[in-house]
Design a protein around this ligand. Structure first.
Ligand SMILES: [Zn+2]
Ligand SMILES: [Zn+2]
Length: 170
């Protein structure tokens, strides 16, 4: 039984046929037809990066400094709301992450959520750029483990003693 060529629902056929690559009218780069945006049933003649660039060019340029000022002013006016929202968000994320990590210390099994914290498995926390640890754990869960405060402190002491020992030896 001959099978019909599969059409992707919601994507009009490109002028070069279904599933074919087509060149972007701006940069000339040949990309797969799914890389072209479709709006109101028409396929863009520009590839996605070019359409994004074209769109950005139509918007007034706002400097980083200006955006920071606007945000600072907004924050002054909405401080309470913003802070409580951020706090809620952090609490929620922390709870979700702790659950994902098994809700207990990976060294001793302590399950009191109040004393559990995320620990950099390889002690590479200094590589982090000062942002909230929740972001780091979300981005890179394999670099973290759950430890209770006791075990974390034990690990830290061990690390310091080790570092001292190495210094003495040399
Ligand atoms: Zn292009
Ligand atoms: Zn522990």
């Amino acid at each position: 039984m001959p099978s019909e060529p599969k059409m992707r629902i919601g994507r009009p056929q490109s002028i070069h046929g279904v599933g074919s690559d087509m060149p972007c009218e701006n940069c000339g780069f040949v990309r797969h037809y799914t890389k072209y945006q479709v709006s109101s049933g028409k396929m863009s003649k520009l590839c996605q990066p070019c359409s994004v660039a074209a769109y950005n060019a139509t918007r007034p340029k706002v400097s980083k400094e200006h955006r920071a000022l606007v945000y600072a002013a907004w924050y002054q006016r909405n401080r309470k709301k913003a802070d409580s929202y951020a706090n809620d968000w952090r609490k929620r994320c922390r709870a979700e992450l702790i659950e994902k990590f098994g809700s207990k210390c990976s060294a001793c099994g302590e399950s009191d959520l109040d004393v559990l914290e995320f620990d950099h498995v390889h002690d590479d926390g200094h590589l982090e750029s000062g942002c909230n640890i929740i972001f780091s754990v979300k981005r890179n869960p394999s670099r973290f483990q759950l430890l209770c405060k006791n075990c974390n402190w034990r690990k830290e002491l061990k690390r310091r003693r080790h570092a001292l020992g190495l210094k003495k030896a040399s």
